[in-house]
Design a protein around this ligand. Structure first.
Ligand code: LCS
Length: 394
């Protein structure tokens, strides 16, 4: 489609990166399930490896993966994307490209557990130093910057606290210190938030979540604003090898087409459920970017087009009451992950964030009573009735 970047978000979601197949007229992007591509002759092979356009080998580029990369890059307002085998492959692609001996990273303290723990447990072997700060106040980010800081890395909204960080303010702090700003945009998805348009240099996703949306694929994506950054990331990514499989890319292409529809419905359900719980006598606290009680409610309204479909809360009675709740609900599955068409509920302190030592976990406000719910697209009345029934048991 011509002028795709001037079209509306839903048109971009459905059409960006997609082309009618020139040989067959296929409307859906075909799966190029091949590991390698034949050259016309020796000179053609040499030219492709010399930098001319042309497919060589699937780890180094594949038309199905490229259709997805172009799609997400268009949704984020970036110059290009790099599909990764998982969200963690995307996170590590960025870390490995910019961190090494004598370098430093400043990151949000409430990060998805493995994104934080790999920095604490593995990267010190390569001489990398990390500072984790409460990035809801940008002054804490500024205070943690050092001469050798190469990356400022934020998750907003953060997993699982739903704390939010000011992208524009952090971009200025990072750039003033000669560093790049990286935003993990998994919780919002490109439908609700575009950090590259607010000053970030790199955006990454676990596409396992809202982008794919059907709880049947694990996948990641990195999008860069600047071609030089993309080229550097690409070199590292292709040689490390955490690239996407074409079938995986095709499944995500299929899932992303309904991103807007799913997100609208899930968000509407989440807003209703959060309002119901906030007013329920058995609920101790709730943190959802859509409620005015969220400490960064105004920031969320400024930098997001909607509050998303994930929130965290504590039940009166703490951990034991929370366990009763997650053990007895029938509509949400008791499972990690989020962003699928179905509701999922989990206990971060013992599951997704269990790898973070207790003291650091509590400092990041990932308390023992915190329950995280990713609200899905089911009939709203069923979700609320289920929750009301279980709260009666507490
Ligand atoms: N970034 C965020 C914000 C995430 O929530 C996750 C996974 C990742 C990166 C890693 O993505 P993956 O490799 O799993 O595709 N978050 C999960 C969660 O909260 N429950 O299960 C996985």
């Amino acid at each position: 489609m011509k002028d795709i970047n001037k079209r509306g978000m839903d048109t971009k979601i459905i059409h960006a990166g997609q082309h009618i197949d020139p040989t067959t007229g296929a409307v859906a992007t075909p799966i190029y399930q091949t590991s390698t591509f034949a050259f016309r002759d020796a000179d053609h092979g040499a030219a492709c490896f010399g930098g001319e356009p042309g497919y060589k080998y699937t780890r180094l580029g594949n038309p199905t993966t490229e259709a997805l990369e172009d799609n997400i890059a268009a949704l984020e307002g970036g110059c290009g994307g790099l599909g990764a085998a998982s969200g963690m492959a995307a996170v590590n692609m960025v870390y490995l490209t910019y961190l090494g001996m004598g370098t430093h990273i400043v990151a949000t303290e409430s990060l998805y557990g493995p994104s934080r723990m790999i920095l604490e447990n593995e990267y010190p072997r390569f001489g990398v130093e990390s500072s984790f700060v409460d990035s809801t106040n940008p002054e804490n980010v500024a205070a943690a910057m050092k001469e050798n800081t190469k990356l400022v890395y934020i998750e907003t909204p953060a997993n699982p606290t739903l704390s939010m960080t000011d992208v524009e303010a952090c971009a200025k702090i990072a750039h003033d210190g000669g560093a790049l700003l990286v935003v993990d945009n998994t919780f919002a998805s490109p439908y609700l938030q575009n950090p590259l348009l607010q000053g970030a240099d790199i955006v990454l996703h676990s596409m396992t979540k809202f982008i794919n949306g059907h709880t049947d694929v694990v996948a990641g994506m990195v999008v860069a604003k600047d071609p030089d950054v993309l080229a550097r990331l690409r070199t590292v990514h292709y040689n490390i090898g955490g690239t996407m499989d074409p079938h995986q890319a095709w499944l995500v292409l299929r899932g992303v087409k309904s991103l807007g529809l799913r997100m609208d419905r899930a968000q509407e359900n989440a807003m209703k459920l959060a309002t119901f719980l906030e007013n329920h006598e058995k609920i101790e606290w709730i943190r959802y970017p859509g409620l005015e009680s969220h400490p960064q409610y105004e920031l969320g309204k400024r930098q997001m087009r909607g509050p998303g479909a994930v929130f965290s809360f504590g039940v009166k009675g703490g951990l034991e009451a929370g366990k009763t709740l997650i053990n007895n609900v029938e509509v949400p599955a008791l499972a990690v992950s989020l962003g699928g068409i179905e509701s999922l509920i989990e206990h971060p302190a013992s599951m997704t964030h269990a790898s973070i030592p207790l003291e650091e976990r509590l400092k990041a406000e990932i308390t023992d009573d915190l329950v995280r719910i990713a609200v899905g697209c089911e009939t709203y009345e069923d979700i609320e009735k289920d929750m009301a029934r279980v709260l009666e048991m507490i």
